[in-house]
Ligand binder design. Structure first.
Ligand SMILES: [Zn+2]
Length: 421
């Protein structure tokens, strides 16, 4: 009998800094190595693991809470092979360089370590399989953002699946996780929304578009703060299909992400729609253009950053908050203590005071809710053990629903789980 050790290096009963190592028969696979941010914006790395002990590190997608600490694994002379796809690499490169520029002072790595990481990449596109030193890694679409992958690591007599962030519904931007064909002994699954079901997407979309129309028809402007990759493109595609009553602009890092995504049609569900949206809507390139947008009514601006932590969205907010005809429609998760969360909860922003513009939040989540997560677990054949990470108290609802059929763990960061084979 052999034993596998699954160690939660980060993302155990916390949302952020995802990192899980799987050690079995002398081989170690690491799934993701992300960062999280404390309330004072200091980056927090996962627990340390010696890079020379790892054979492969597989990164699921380009969000910093899954890839942000990866360069740290390339600061020594002996380091692992890095598995990801080309789109994830292209996007991660932009986000990591930006992250190092902003937070470099706190980080034990720099850009040269990221370059070493890039040289170590073994590209695995969605649907492909790779054999690295007797570890076979299969990638599947995880449905979270363009390029996001779920991995199944076959370590001989043990198959461990790791979802990364996952969603089951089809949107204009990405197709959902396909719950039909996988086999695994152990599933490590995210549980960001393990206790709720999101409202139906078409209901959210209709409500959103109706609200945008209301504001525009009464002469106001709409600001839509968005994450630069994923949500921004989904909102642009939605506006392109359903909204024609006003001018639509996009601003900030969204522009760079649009141009990257244009080269990866295979990772976009409705590629033509996105392409047309980015061509027909106007890219904001200058300060004078920004001033013009906020001066006149009838404009919709999709701008980064999604939680109003800087970027052009903050500029627009400052110019728009004082007019009750305007609106700020938040479409992303708002972390505690961020300006976006404060705006939603208190209707004020520290330096600005009370806001007169209409503020609303719309549930465009790219994470599966309770029913979707349950469907994913049940879709795996041969499954015995389920480990829920990237979650908090909400994991209780899902773990209760699974406990009579599977061995279920909701570990803290730093904890290990022993699996006998
Ligand atoms: Zn993510």
């Amino acid at each position: 009998m052999d034993r596998a050790t699954i160690k939660i290096l980060g993302g155990g009963l916390e949302v952020g800094r995802a990192a899980v190592s799987i050690a079995y028969r002398g081989k170690t696979v690491l799934m993701d190595y992300g960062v999280s941010f404390s309330e004072d914006d200091k980056p927090q790395l996962p627990e340390h693991i010696r890079p020379s002990e790892i054979h492969v590190v597989a990164v699921t997608h380009a969000h910093l809470d899954h890839v942000g600490a990866a360069p740290y694994l390339y600061t020594t002379s002996s380091y692992p092979i890095l598995v990801m796809n080309r789109l994830t690499k292209a996007v991660a490169e932009v986000l990591i360089k930006d992250f190092i520029k902003i937070s470099g002072y706190y980080l034990p790595f720099d850009e040269s370590d990221w370059f070493r990481a890039v040289e170590s990449i073994h590209y695995v596109e969605t649907g492909e399989e790779v054999d690295i030193g007797d570890i076979v890694i299969t990638s599947m679409n995880s449905g979270h953002i363009p390029g996001s992958q779920t991995y199944i690591a076959d370590l001989g007599s043990l198959k461990v699946a790791y979802t990364g962030d996952v969603n089951t519904i089809d949107t204009r931007l990405v197709r959902g996780f396909n719950t039909s064909s996988a086999t695994a002994d152990v599933l490590v699954i995210e549980g960001t929304y393990a206790d709720v079901d999101h409202p139906e997407r078409d209901v959210v979309e209709k409500d959103f578009i109706d609200s945008v129309r209301e504001v525009i028809s009464s002469g106001g402007n709409v600001l839509i703060p968005c994450f630069s990759l994923g949500r921004a493109q989904e909102i642009l595609s939605l506006l392109y299909e359903k909204f024609s009553e006003g001018r639509v602009y996009y601003d900030g890092m969204i522009r760079i992400m649009n141009s990257i995504l244009a080269s990866y049609p295979e990772y976009i569900n409705k590629y033509e729609t996105l392409l047309r949206a980015t061509k027909e809507f106007e890219e904001v390139k200058s300060a004078s253009q920004r001033r013009k947008i906020v001066k006149n009514g009838g404009n919709v601006v999709v701008a980064s950053a999604g939680m109003l932590k800087g970027g052009p969205s903050l500029y627009y907010l400052k110019k728009m908050y004082d007019d009750s005809r305007n609106a700020v429609f938040l479409v992303s998760y708002q972390a505690p203590q961020t300006p976006g969360r404060k705006l939603l909860e208190n209707g004020v922003l520290d330096e600005l005071g009370p806001i007169r513009a209409r503020v609303e939040w719309f549930d465009f989540s790219s994470h599966a809710g309770f029913s979707g997560l349950l469907k994913i677990v049940e879709s795996f054949k041969g499954l015995r053990t389920v480990v829920i990470i990237h979650t908090g108290e909400q994991a209780g609802t899902l773990s209760e629903a699974l406990r009579d059929r599977y061995e279920v763990y909701v570990p803290r960061s730093g904890e290990s789980i022993e699996i006998s084979t």
